[in-house]
Design a protein around this ligand. Structure first.
Ligand code: PEP
Ligand code: MN
Length: 357
């Protein structure tokens, strides 16, 4: 349920509404817009819904009371119609700004990190990526440089001026990763690691939540809800491919997620064509398709010498390939914006679980 306060509502009137909710063991969650307060109601509303609607609707300062039908309350567009925009060191993520996150899969050393950072910054990246704590399928594979890697990423950020993103794999790493990086990445394998989601929700830094490779869009949004309900409204969703029966690609890129998410949620949506395809030559076409479909940006892996990379070389772009892709992306982005001011306005209702085979 959301309660929209009228433009001139006083602080006392808003406080009275919050008190009323608490009397029913519900938790008020304020969204401050530029002109008015919107209160999202968290908790088990169902048993008292009708009673509450009639009580709240006549309280002074209340403009409207509307049930939220989605199970993800805070992340749903119903509760927060405007797009969430996340500002970092002068760059904005969300609401149609083009975000380009790029860098190596793993930070392998100082020279390669700095060289890659300079190259991607020059070619138009807006956020620098680099893995320090690496979730590897094999326990024998390179696991990342850990804290040393975080320090190299921070050094590269300082030199280029780009904000950074890196993965955090467990709650005990949250503090140190938040200290050295601007965005915390939760990887596909951890999308439903609820203690990690709660911990990054309290970290005070934006979080990028990658889609679990076997997760539905609704499960993904419920995972984002853990982060937002723990106190962190700055969440970016990243579609990185899901597992299907197809084996020519590493995963199957679900681009329908982009317009669906824009309809269902106010959070920015980014696409990772590197992990989605697993193949360097498929990254550019899928990146272009993602932006054409309305993605707020992309994340790609770039390496000075991909064939020598310690992880994910097959899907990493060379510097030249990254520059080529970026200039094409900027053109597609401009075209999508000018072709239709509101290309993603949806008309029909959508609900989960309506698949027919
Ligand atoms: C990554 O971005 O380095 C990564 C491991 O991605 P994912 O969690 O999508 O596999
Ligand atoms: Mn990788």
């Amino acid at each position: 349920m959301i309660i929209v306060m009228s433009i001139g509502a006083t602080e006392q009137e808003t406080a009275n509404v919050r008190d009323q909710l608490r009397q029913y063991n519900l938790t008020p969650h304020d969204n401050y817009g530029t002109q008015r307060v919107v209160i999202a109601v968290l908790g088990d509303v169902a048993p008292v819904r009708d009673l509450l609607v009639s009580k709240l609707s006549i309280m002074p300062g209340v403009e409207s009371v509307t049930p939220i039908t989605r199970p993800y309350k805070l992340t749903s567009r119903e509760s927060h119609p405007e797009d969430t925009v996340i500002e970092l060191l002068g760059t904005k993520v969300g609401n149609g700004n083009l975000t380009i996150m790029a860098g190596p899969c793993s930070i392998e050393g100082r020279e390669m990190m700095l060289e890659t950072a300079r190259a991607v910054a020059k070619a138009g990246a807006t956020i620098l990526r680099g893995g320090a704590f690496k979730p590897r399928t094999s326990p024998y594979a390179f696991q990342g440089l850990g804290i040393e890697g975080l320090l190299l990423l921070a050094e590269a950020s300082k030199e280029t001026g780009l904000p950074t993103i890196t993965e955090v794999m467990e709650p005990s790493q949250v503090e140190v990763v938040a200290k050295h990086s601007d965005i915390l990445q939760v990887g596909t394998r951890n999308m439903q690691n609820y203690s990690l989601l709660t911990a990054v929700g309290k970290a005070g830094k934006p979080v990028m939540l990658k889609r679990g490779y076997g997760a539905t869009i609704e499960e993904w949004l419920m995972a984002a809800e853990y982060i937002v309900s723990s106190g962190n409204p700055h969440v970016i969703l990243c579609e990185r491919g899901i597992r299907t029966f197809e084996t020519y690609t590493r995963n199957t890129l679900d681009l329908t997620a982009v317009p669906l998410l824009h309809h269902l949620t106010h959070l920015p949506v980014v696409v990772d064509p590197s992990h989605a395809t697993g193949k360097r030559w498929l990254v550019k076409p899928m990146a272009l398709a993602a932006v054409a479909a309305g993605a707020d940006g992309i994340m790609v892996e770039v390496h000075p010498n991909p064939d020598q990379a310690r992880s994910d070389g097959e899907q990493s772009l060379t510097f030249d390939q990254f520059a080529d892709m970026t200039s094409a992306l900027v053109q597609i982005h401009e075209m999508v914006r000018t072709l239709n001011k509101d290309p993603f306005a949806m008309t029909g209702p959508i609900k989960a679980g309506s698949a027919k085979h």
